[in-house]
Ligand binder design. Structure first.
Ligand SMILES: Cc1ncc(COP(=O)(O)O)c(C=O)c1O
Length: 473
């Protein structure tokens, strides 16, 4: 069954009938633009949307274009979702693609075939060859492929950061426990230069690998991975980058970064279906990298009738890491997500993401800077607090442009809230979804905003934060 999506647009936007939903927003004057197929029309770069990106709108400001984009997401209007860093929400075209593909299996018994289109499209987005990419189910799988794929001996050193996600560090911790490799933990700096200096200072003659996040899950700063990888390459040190966050958020090119391994996913900022990822191995490293899991797609032949049983060579592409049955429908959703991303435009997305998070940083600063006379009574209370406590909000994410993107980490003064987790819990009760970062004693609130978020979401966050600051005891 082919679903049609009736759309009208004007001062308000109306999207009706998809999955039997009624119109999302019916205020304003409507201009009917007819019947639109969510798959072919919303993510097809050659087809025009009824609203275009306005060049005069400042980064981070809302506009009819971004309102229209938001209307393509079925996100429940009662939620203020500010946790894209944990999981992206999918727009209608992605849902449609997944749904259609599952239907195809159920109705036509169509076994999913892997024709390499996903790798092709991803390769064109991140600047490598399709043959350097394997699809995975998540970031952790890629991190594991890299970790167990690098030949290391007892006593060899691997540098990881203090800001790792469990998926980014556990394979390395386990390997240090079981094989005696030595893990050294680098502190991330408050600027890109400081981080680079810290990494350089930690390297010794025994350092074999730098396993670092491109953007950590904690406070979301962008690491200077290109400079780090350039420097490491000159010393024969391998680089395995945890790229859980950048894809779909900021533009990057793995060849320019120059890393040996890069593990990422589609289910965060690319807004693909949950449970979809990728693993990049540079062509020059493929034959030098071990592989622990092999099955269908790892090789072209095997023979159980020979003595001993035999197999062909591993395929000469990174897809050797993609073994066995994969979820075709989820990866059809990935294709749709990448098309949707390209349709909106990587540059526009990056600007929007940076603009929204900049406005969060400014509003946080304003809490600390507020002058009692000019702002509301709550703010003057903050000011009083500040006189005795110092800044109420500690912004942890760097403000320098090259080091920030879609996530802002901040901590509330411990005299106000014993732990910033209290605010995250408080906000959740008001349907504002944030992430508390408690790992490694970081204790901060992480706000992640993607292009579908808007100033209304940000205002809601600050209303709730004000309420918390004035009522928490
Ligand atoms: C930096 C980082 N690395 C790794 C992971 C693990 O990702 P996945 O759950 O896709 O394996 C995450 C998840 O949030 C992350 O933020």
């Amino acid at each position: 069954m082919k679903r049609k999506h009736f759309l009208t647009i004007g001062a308000g936007l109306s999207i009706g009938s998809l999955f039997g939903r009624s119109a999302l927003n019916t205020d304003g004057k409507f201009l009917s633009v007819g019947t639109i197929d969510p798959i072919t029309d919303y993510n097809d770069v050659s087809k025009k949307w009824p609203v275009s990106l306005e060049s005069e709108v400042k980064d981070g400001e809302d506009s009819p274009y971004w309102d229209f984009v938001r209307s393509l997401f079925p996100l429940n209007a009662s939620l203020t979702f500010l946790n894209n860093g944990t999981m992206g929400i999918t727009p209608y075209p992605v849902l449609e693609a997944v749904n259609k593909s599952f239907h195809n299996i159920a109705e036509n018994a169509a076994y999913p075939t892997h024709d390499g289109q996903i790798e092709e499209m991803l390769a064109s987005i991140i600047g490598c060859k399709a043959s350097e990419i394997a699809i995975t189910k998540n970031v952790s799988e890629g991190v594991n492929h890299a970790c167990w794929g690098i030949a290391l001996e007892k006593g060899d050193e691997v540098i990881i950061s203090k800001h790792e996600h469990v998926g980014g560090c556990l394979p390395w911790i386990y390997r240090s426990k079981t094989e005696g490799i030595v893990l050294k933990i680098v502190e991330l700096g408050s600027t890109a230069q400081e981080t680079l200096n810290n990494v350089k200072a930690m390297v010794s003659k025994k350092t074999k690998v730098l396993a670092l996040p491109h953007i950590p899950c904690t406070i979301g700063q962008i690491l200077p991975v290109k400079e780090i990888c350039d420097w490491a390459r000159g010393r024969g040190i391998l680089t395995a980058i945890d790229g859980a966050h950048p894809l779909g958020m900021i533009q990057f090119n793995v060849k320019e970064i120059g890393c040996d391994y890069y593990s990422g996913c589609f289910h965060k900022w690319m807004l693909g279906p949950i449970g979809t990822g990728f693993f990049y191995v540079s062509e020059s490293m493929l034959s030098k990298t071990l592989i622990t899991h092999v099955a269908a797609y790892s090789t072209d032949k095997f023979d159980m009738s020979s003595q001993p049983p035999s197999m062909g060579e591993l395929v000469a592409k990174t897809s050797r890491y993609c073994y066995g049955t994969f979820s075709g429908p989820l990866f059809d959703g990935v294709m749709s997500a990448m098309k949707f991303y390209l349709k909106i435009g990587p540059e526009a997305i990056e600007k929007r993401v940076k603009g929204l998070s900049a406005s969060i940083q400014h509003k946080l600063m304003a809490i600390n800077d507020a002058a009692p006379a000019t702002l509301n009574p709550n703010i003057s209370l903050h000011h009083k607090m500040q006189n005795t406590l110092g800044p109420i909000i500690e912004i942890l994410t760097p403000t320098e442009d090259i080091s920030r993107a879609g996530q802002v980490g901040f901590r509330i003064h411990r005299k106000i809230a014993k732990s910033s987790a209290r605010f995250v819990d408080f906000a959740r009760k008001k349907q504002v979804i944030l992430r508390y970062v408690g790992e490694n004693n970081i204790d901060c609130v992480r706000v992640s905003t993607h292009y579908y978020n808007n100033q209304k979401d940000i205002n809601t966050l600050f209303v709730v934060l004000e309420e918390f600051l004035t009522t928490e005891d």
